[in-house]
Design a protein around this ligand. Structure first.
Ligand SMILES: NC(=O)c1ccc[n+]([C@@H]2O[C@H](COP(=O)([O-])OP(=O)(O)OC[C@H]3O[C@@H](n4cnc5c(N)ncnc54)[C@H](OP(=O)(O)O)[C@@H]3O)[C@@H](O)[C@H]2O)c1
Length: 430
């Protein structure tokens, strides 16, 4: 049986789980025909106690020891961040090593360059764990669905925000309270920005857009909106209308090109994504042959992520030397402007509770070519003379909606335009 020496860049949550899974083996070598062996692991602090089933002598604080070790065939990068991960992956590929990474940030920001380097060197760069944790989504797109033209990918790809939104939905709780609780329980970081402002989901949808549609979108060119503005009231009103609210990352083929977007969405209660609860992830893929399919599972966590990392490692280790290196999909599409997105909108505003208000609001929307599907008035506050006005529109153009939102905010009768949430389109539910 062939022994393949592995070098780890990072031995934190994921790196330690990978190391433990390799050392415990659990029949992995017999099943795959390859014996893996971690020979070196780079960390910041070699004296830190860790549960990694690795002798202290294997640790180094110099990552170059890993990328330049001639005995190491496969480097696993699980340190995270753009730098120095980018330089180290590049250096490992240039030394003829295959690289497996779980790092969504470096792939979203520099994936095109890294894949080009791998291609030039004839080495492989695999990154299944970077999207959807343990869910085998990239391999499914690249291999199992290779015969399909992918038309749409929509996903719940951030466990922290899905956990927060699920609890807000089921308990009617306020965002700030659930976030504080999630931080206490370890579901959210002390600095929750990467999750709640949608950066993590953005990186993942950019990677999916690159793999499935061949579009290397600059991360700051993609529309991103997090969940901070979603209020307990929005869940209550969405529920009345037959929806729940999810943070959705989408990559969709449109007449204007590839539409990439990350934002909270109203999702009809009957569709599979509506029932994805807690920290679970789901990726919905629509291909022209297969139709729609839904992959659901653990989007993070040490063991599920190690499962995806080691799947890639074994795939590289078992492949023959002349296997074609991983590539980004062939570029086919331009990146579409968010302004060209079309969907229905949920608008919640605090407005004066008197006659004529709706006529003014309808006029603004009508001027922007937006027609109203339904209006409900909720939570009248008689002492202040205001009420919540919740409007569902018919399908409209984002650019028109943004213009109308500005004008609505400026109306005297509108105290506050509290929230504007896009509605995910499902043909049968529209
Ligand atoms: N955690 C998950 O569930 C999960 C799921 C999917 C993907 N990922 C991705 O996997 C990657 C790793 O995540 P993680 O949760 O394992 O992170 P982590 O626990 O913070 O571990 C990072 C590791 O990298 C080492 N490191 C960081 N910067 C370094 C540097 N400049 N030089 C040498 N070593 C360095 C750290 O060393 P010390 O130990 O000495 O500090 C630590 O061992 C990230 O890209 C993350 O996005 C994580």
């Amino acid at each position: 049986m062939r022994t393949v020496k592995i070098g780890l860049l990072g031995l934190g949550v994921v790196g330690s789980a990978v190391s433990r899974a390799i050392s415990s083996d659990r029949g992995m070598a017999d099943r795959s025909g390859v014996k893996l062996e971690v020979s070196k692991a780079a960390v910041r602090d070699v004296s830190k106690p860790r549960d990694a089933s690795l002798p202290q002598s294997a640790l180094t604080s110099n990552p170059q020891d890993v990328v330049s070790d001639p005995d190491i065939e496969i480097v696993i990068e699980v340190m995270g961040g753009e730098n120095p991960a980018f330089e180290l992956i590049t250096s490992a590929l240039e030394s003829g090593k295959h690289v497996v990474t779980a790092n969504k940030e470096v792939l979203a920001k520099r994936g095109g360059e890294l894949l080009a380097t791998a291609q030039q060197q004839g080495t492989q760069l695999l990154y299944e764990a970077s999207v959807g944790g343990g869910i085998p989504v990239l391999d499914a797109i690249e291999n199992d669905l290779a015969a399909n033209q992918i038309n749409s990918i929509r996903a719940i790809i951030n466990g922290t925000t899905n956990y927060i939104l699920t609890r807000m939905s089921s308990e009617g709780a306020a965002y700030a309270d659930v976030l504080a609780d999630a931080q206490r329980l370890g579901y959210a970081e002390a600095d929750p920005t990467a999750d709640v402002d949608g950066f993590d989901a953005l990186y993942k949808i950019v990677i999916l857009g690159q793999l499935a549609f061949g579009v290397s979108a600059p991360v700051d060119a993609v529309y991103r909106e997090g969940i901070r503005k979603v209020d307990a009231k929005d869940f209550r009103y969405a529920d009345e209308l037959g929806f729940t609210i999810k943070l959705i990352g989408a990559a969709q083929r449109t007449a204007d090109g590839l539409m990439l977007r990350v934002h909270p969405s109203l999702v009809p209660v009957g569709v599979p994504m509506a029932s994805v609860s807690g920290a679970l992830n789901m990726v919905e893929i629509e291909g022209d042959l297969v139709g729609a399919l839904w992959l659901q599972g653990p989007g993070a966590g040490p063991e599920p992520t190690a499962s995806a990392v080691l799947g890639d490692v074994l795939s590289v280790a078992r492949s023959t030397a002349d296997t074609a290196p991983a590539t980004a999909g062939a570029a086919e599409l331009e990146l579409a402007e968010m302004g060209s997105h079309r969907c229905r909108y949920y608008i919640r505003m605090t407005a004066a509770d008197r006659s004529g208000v709706l006529a003014q609001v309808a006029q603004v929307l009508g001027d922007a070519d937006i027609s109203i599907r339904s209006v409900i008035q909720m939570d009248t506050n008689e002492s202040e003379g205001v009420a919540d006005l919740v409007i569902m529109t018919h399908s409209a153009l984002e650019a028109n909606m943004q213009e109308a939102a500005d004008r609505l905010s400026g109306l005297d009768v509108v105290v506050e335009l509290d929230n504007l949430i896009r509605v995910e389109s499902y043909d049968h539910a529209d």
